[in-house]
Design a protein around this ligand. Structure first.
Ligand code: MOS
Length: 676
């Protein structure tokens, strides 16, 4: 076998499925044509945050011919118990949050399902709703663990004494609002039963995980559930596990004996699929006059639901990013009559770093020390120092006047800000299979999901190099739960995890001396690696201008420099970085679930009123990376890149707004009314 002169890894390959997507040939979960008796589901959601559902009445005036079934807990098939109480849909009369699925209408047409669902009379005994998170609640409690499995509390040294004795101190409280995943492709499922096999075309981040969950709920042998996830139009964490749409569609298909399509409408995404918890964070930092941290104290408050405990790991990054002799971190939770929070891009790290990195900026000001210098003096990793120092050069930090409200251009105040970034480099067990086809080409299979990130393309590059063949001789099959097991497309771990398995299978085939197939399971190898706790690092820089009259904030430059292992495909990697940075900009300036505490819901539950950055908001956004091959990390030398872009970028913008205006906003997002 001859080595190809050009390695595929490192090339800016275009997405293999790109032409299919832009021409409309690519099929998403709600686009499969399955049979001529396809039915449509529409969910009736709870209008109250708590209570009991005593009955559901169908309005006799609604044209009933097209309605095939109205399911609610009074008549829905019983499900077996699973480990996610939110998937026990239509199983109980208890209402735990506003927006909960209370009934499902199945009809011959989408319009009929929607009209019938709107006309249902839901008989409800409401109970008072407790929906507001605050630091002052007397029922805050300390969870035993925070996600995914960290201790809730840590303490090194005597933080109180160290803080009290510190010559320079900052004691501040930051808050971040509820944030919402709202992928362009909504959560959607087309379900059908083929004999006693359940087939789901489902939009998710983990086809084998969804299959296993549905098998449990419907008491099927795992091999009788087949989840097909060919393309996904965004996930961000909200599709990390099976969501109620998958269960409801499967249930409706069983009851009606027809294939059933259920796509959640945009507004339902704001209550039914999980949101990022609001946080309130108290930060106390103590330092010597020359800027060495002596005390770090980070206490984070978040909410969970009545259904189960979701404990976001908000303060976990604070445990390792900077060095100090006394460090204490902790988490408190309130159980609210609200939907359960879930993963949303860098859950924990993203909001937690708003608190830490804004507090670090405040400490730098208190010390009259450059904020980059403060970070460098306390950094726990030389990779972080490299990103800060080189990033400062490339961004053009050096002539910065540290005083706020100094630069003005016409009506605009101008300022710059910086923040550190870090994200754990995780890998999870996965298995891949490689085959030599009769054509001489190769087929590599793994049950991974491509959320639109380019995973399929990068795996093709990895496979080609491991096989020593050009990438156009490799076909990668993903997005199907019946393929060899893949871990979730989450935690920035997909490419590292699947790529490891793909490399193993391809090398085994290459070295097999003529066999046509090889399989590789990475389980034993990844175990040890995760214990070593490696991280990617970065530095974010923002330049903003703030209208002196209206308070409008514009981000004129957003720059990120990363040390994230070997970059396998610079084109798709750049998209991941700037996508995260753009979402970080949303977190700083635009995004906010506005709660109506009486009703227990977010009133801005659509993309007209829940604002995300658009092209018009982005003036200049740049992501670059240092050559950091991540020695010993995995066979590719990569680290995760899906989430680090949103970690720290919001703080860089908030800090830049302070520098422009002299106004310190500690309650995100930075809206213009907070600056005037
Ligand atoms: Mo991401 S929140 O790990 O899907």
């Amino acid at each position: 076998m001859t080595a190809t002169s050009e390695r595929a890894v490192g090339q800016p390959l275009r997405r293999i499925e790109g032409p299919d997507k832009v021409t409309g040939a690519a099929r998403y979960a709600a686009e499969y044509q399955v049979g001529d008796d396809l039915a449509y589901g529409w969910v009736a959601q709870s209008p109250v945050a708590g209570g009991t559902l005593t009955g559901v009445t169908v309005d006799p005036l609604v044209e009933a011919d097209d309605v095939l079934a109205v399911l609610w807990h009074g008549n829905a098939p019983r499900l077996a118990e699973g480990d996610d109480p939110e998937l026990a849909v239509l199983q109980s009369d208890r209402i735990s949050y506003r927006g909960q699925a209370l009934a499902l209408v199945v009809a011959r047409t989408l319009e009929a399902a929607r009209a019938a669902a709107a006309s249902l009379q839901l008989s409800i005994d409401p109970s008072p709703a407790d929906t507001v998170l605050s630091f002052a609640r007397d029922d805050l409690y300390t969870p035993e663990k925070v996600n995914p499995d960290f201790p809730s509390e840590t303490s090194t040294g005597d933080v109180s004494a160290a803080f009290d004795a510190a010559p320079v101190r900052v004691d501040v409280t930051y808050s971040t609002p509820a944030l919402h995943n709202s992928p362009m492709e909504p959560h959607a499922t087309t379900a059908l039963w083929e004999g006693d096999e359940l087939v789901l075309y489902d939009s998710n981040q983990h086809p084998p995980g969804v299959a296993a969950t549905l098998a449990t709920l419907f008491e099927l042998p795992p091999e009788r559930v087949h989840v097909i996830t060919e393309h996904v139009g965004g996930g961000f964490g909200s599709k990390g596990t099976a969501r109620p749409n998958a269960v409801l569609a499967a249930m409706a298909a069983r009851v009606t004996g027809r294939p059933v399509r259920l796509a959640l409408p945009r507004q339902a995404l704001f209550s039914m699929v999980g949101h990022r918890t609001p946080t309130i964070q108290q930060l106390r930092l103590g330092a010597t006059p020359d800027g060495k941290l002596t005390a770090i104290d980070h206490l984070a408050v978040a909410h969970t639901s009545r259904l189960f405990e979701f404990a976001e790991q908000t303060a976990v990054t604070t445990r390792h990013l900077y060095e100090a002799p006394a460090v204490r971190t902790g988490h408190r939770l309130a159980r609210l009559d609200m939907p359960t929070p879930r993963w949303m891009r860098a859950p924990g790290e993203a909001p937690g770093m708003v608190g830490l990195e804004c507090a670090m900026d405040e400490l730098a000001i208190a010390l009259s020390l450059d904020p980059i210098e403060l970070r460098v003096r306390n950094a726990s990793s030389s990779l972080l120092t490299d990103c800060l120092r080189h990033g400062a050069d490339r961004f053009g930090w050096h002539d910065r006047d540290p005083r706020p409200r100094q630069r003005r251009d016409g009506d605009w105040w101008i300022g710059t800000g910086v923040a550190s970034a870090t994200y754990p480099a995780m890998v999870q067990p996965s298995t891949a299979r490689a085959r030599r086809l009769s054509t001489g080409d190769y087929e590599v299979s793994i049950a991974a999901a491509d959320l639109g990130t380019g995973a399929r393309t990068v795996l093709t590059q990895i496979a080609a190099d491991a096989l020593d063949v050009p990438h156009d001789r490799v076909r990668v099959r993903i997005g199907d739960s019946t393929l060899p097991f893949a871990s979730v497309a989450g935690g920035s771990s997909g490419t590292a995890s699947w790529g490891w398995a793909v490399t193993g299978a391809c090398r085994a085939l290459r070295d097999s001396g003529g066999s046509d197939e090889a399989t590789f399971d990475s389980s034993d190898l990844v175990e040890q690696l995760n214990q070593e706790g490696k991280h990617a690092y970065g530095a974010h820089f923002a330049e903003v201008r703030v209208d002196a009259v209206t308070g409008e904030v514009r981000v004129t430059r957003l720059y990120g420099l990363y040390a994230a292992g070997r970059i396998l495909n610079p084109r798709t990697a750049r998209s991941q970085f700037i996508g995260g940075m753009t979402m970080g900009m949303g977190m700083a300036l635009h995004e906010e679930g506005v709660l109506d505490p009486n009703v227990g819901t977010w009133v801005n539950h659509d993309l007209a009123e829940y604002h995300v950055p658009t092209h018009a908001d982005i003036e200049s956004i740049t992501a670059e990376w240092l050559d950091d091959a991540g020695e010993g990390q995995n066979p590719m030398g990569s680290k995760g890149i899906g989430e680090i872009g949103i970690v720290g970028s919001p703080a860089a913008i908030v800090n830049a707004v302070w520098h422009a205006t002299g106004v310190r906003v500690r309650d995100l997002p930075v809206r213009l009314d907070k600056l005037l």
